[in-house]
Write a protein that binds this ligand. Sequence first.
Ligand SMILES: Nc1nc2c(c(=O)[nH]1)N[C@H]1C(S)=C(S)[C@@H](COP(=O)(O)OP(=O)(O)OC[C@H]3O[C@@H](n4cnc5c(=O)[nH]c(N)nc54)[C@H](O)[C@@H]3O)O[C@H]1N2
Ligand SMILES: Nc1nc2c(c(=O)[nH]1)N[C@H]1C(S)=C(S)[C@@H](COP(=O)(O)OP(=O)(O)OC[C@H]3O[C@@H](n4cnc5c(=O)[nH]c(N)nc54)[C@H](O)[C@@H]3O)O[C@H]1N2
Ligand code: SF4
Ligand SMILES: [Mo]
Length: 701
Amino acid sequence: MTTLKSHCCFCSMQCGLELIPDASDKPIYTVKPSSDFPVATGRLCQKGFNAMEHTIHPERILHPLKREETGAWSRTNWDEALSHIAHQITTLQAEYGKDAVAVYGGGSLTNEVSYLLGKFTRVALQSKYIDYNGRFCMSSAAAAANRAFGIDRGMTMPLGELAKSKYIILAGTNIAECQPTMMPYIIEAKKNKAIIVTIDPRNTMTSKIADIHVRIQPGFDSIFMNGLLHVIIEEKLYDQAFVDKRTHGFAELAETVKSYTPQRVEELTGVLAAVTRTIARGFAKAESGIVLTARGLEQQVNGVENTLNYINLSLITGKMGKPGSGYGAVTGQANGQGGREHGQKADQLPGYRLIDDPQAREHVAKVWGIDPNELPGKGVSAYEMIEKIDQGEIKAMIVLGSNPIVSAPNTSFVERAMKKLKLLVVVDMFETETAQGAHWLLPSSSFLEGEGTLTNLEGRVFHRPQAFQTPGESKLDYQIISELAGHLGRGQYFQYNSIEEVFTELAMATAGGKADYSGISYERLKAEKGVFWPCPSSDHPGTPHMFKDSFDHPDGKAKLFGIIPKMPAEPVDQQYPYVLTTGRIANHYLSGAQTRRTEALHKKASVPVAEIHPWLAEKIGLGLHNRIRLTSRRDSLVFDVKITEGIHPRTIFVPFHWGGELSINRLTNDKLDPVSRMPEFKICAVKAERVDAGEDNALRL
Ligand SMILES: Nc1nc2c(c(=O)[nH]1)N[C@H]1C(S)=C(S)[C@@H](COP(=O)(O)OP(=O)(O)OC[C@H]3O[C@@H](n4cnc5c(=O)[nH]c(N)nc54)[C@H](O)[C@@H]3O)O[C@H]1N2
Ligand SMILES: Nc1nc2c(c(=O)[nH]1)N[C@H]1C(S)=C(S)[C@@H](COP(=O)(O)OP(=O)(O)OC[C@H]3O[C@@H](n4cnc5c(=O)[nH]c(N)nc54)[C@H](O)[C@@H]3O)O[C@H]1N2
Ligand code: SF4
Ligand SMILES: [Mo]
């Protein structure tokens, strides 16, 4: 047996890994970091080292399953499953219209599968309803980048630039737990005397390496940012030449931030005026600087505006398109970048083309061999699809690559709505919380079985080879999608002999679009170990650095936006006096479907723990062995507690990687950003009460 190569299935770093066979020749492998992938070379975090475990878990679904009337699953075969599903789809569409059937995708899927899901929805189902879990992830960052730069690529520069930077601002991004193998790039910068600033309501593993940590209350980023912009403009520390030549909107921005003196910002946020001045002057004067944002400030009803305000900082200081400088929204999922480029989004066709643009429709329809008029129009965002189920407009849904019963906001509502579906098909490796309510569960492949391309957080497209055959009767996603299209009578549009053929078609579909992959081929990816998009021709080297000379708006300039800070959707009040924020811990991944089935990770963190400040513990009289009840306007749950100085006193943090009674998303708010339709995962108002130790609680300790 030989060493096999793959990439970790979890975060957007997409570290290369090798599977070293056991000397005994048994099918046992040890996971080691790969030495020949140019990103985080030779490094894996604990999730990466354990990435294989869930793929061989005994709970893996190995045969198609059908829900009997008794509620139990029964084993079936592919032909029966797909023909029944196709029949139900056709019947529902005949009665309620094509749009009665929806698709819900995910950002872990390869570029090819993301692309095919979009094509399947528009060509095989002929429905307008497709969206995906990236709506809960990168949508605010994407909308902000499109507005400011005219194009959305999470990071505008390769990771290597971090090490060269002299000033790095990390806002609402907990890299040490969420992209752990990125940390050495930042530590390298620190060794070269860079200043590191973290902005987060919590002291995180990331803030441990910060020179300055700004402990901001959730929802206050834009006020603080206006303070920084105010100082930079008042003290004329901005890059006048860059602002004049390469941006629009400076006068409006200057006017907006005029009243945000550091003193006023201190009164509003508690951040000392001296801290605001120090960071403003330090960043503006540094010879290079990088701003990275992530979900902390993006997953809010003001997420797009918050992100735009951080982009303002990069732009007015001219820290774009030059060494050691740039702005980046740190992408989250394995293929969080590529997954949002190729048509899983309600309003997009492959290559970031807009579905309501006649030229885009014509181009893609031609590649697909259909009439542009056959293409449906824009659908709605992920959460709004769930609302449409509740309203009775969507009757059937195919979920492929997501577990919304755990990961959507206000999951008590989501669960009630999903129960109304006449047909729920889940394509997954496991019987997830979402699959527990499904009518059909179709066994899919894991990352070790599915060959394909992904695009990492830098915009680097790379090839992930197949390591193993699919176990049992499970199939590759692209085969499941193509075969179902066949059963729906649209098989002629889904004739692929290999995943490479899907990529070749994808590349054609993106030609001339913003995310142009047309110069990329499997051959190149294998030889070059990745190519950065845009890459419009086979002799184009790819684009590691964006915006060196111009931005992507028609006039080549970037746009500045004066942001007037707004309240969160659910401000605290007397009844619900604290802010609940949610996020991640290092040991688990998203809805936990994979990492709760990874013993080595799960045993380190088997339940969610609420982080609270000692002030709050005292206020609610929390003693030893007590737990905490958190209640929002939507639901109420009990959690174990960690008391820590390292959190804003009025803020409570709970990770979201668990289902059922442990699922914090039962409490979160489902209000959406008006532009990105991102839910407010990071802020909702809660009350907190002490739960006295009962017998069972005492035993737990
Ligand atoms: N271990 C692990 N790694 C992961 C994932 C995982 O589930 N587990 N998921 C992956 C995915 S899909 C994603 S999207 C990324 C997410 O990566 P991150 O966005 O870094 O992760 P989060 O924990 O959601 O949020 C980051 C921080 O935002 C802070 N925060 C909360 N409210 C605010 C606010 O108003 N302002 C500011 N400035 N900060 C705030 C939180 O305290 C938290 O520390 O991680 C990826 N990597
Ligand atoms: N409260 C709160 N909620 C959040 C967030 C938060 O910060 N706070 N963050 C949000 C964010 S950023 C994200 S990205 C979402 C993600 O949340 P989810 O979309 O639920 O993400 P996963 O848990 O990765 O679900 C992926 C599912 O797809 C399956 N899967 C993995 N790979 C494949 C594959 O190749 N093929 C198929 N068919 N299936 C596969 C897995 O087994 C798993 O069941 O959660 C969001 N929810
Ligand atoms: S940093 Fe991300 S991609 Fe790398 S091993 Fe860890 S989870 Fe996997
Ligand atoms: Mo995400």
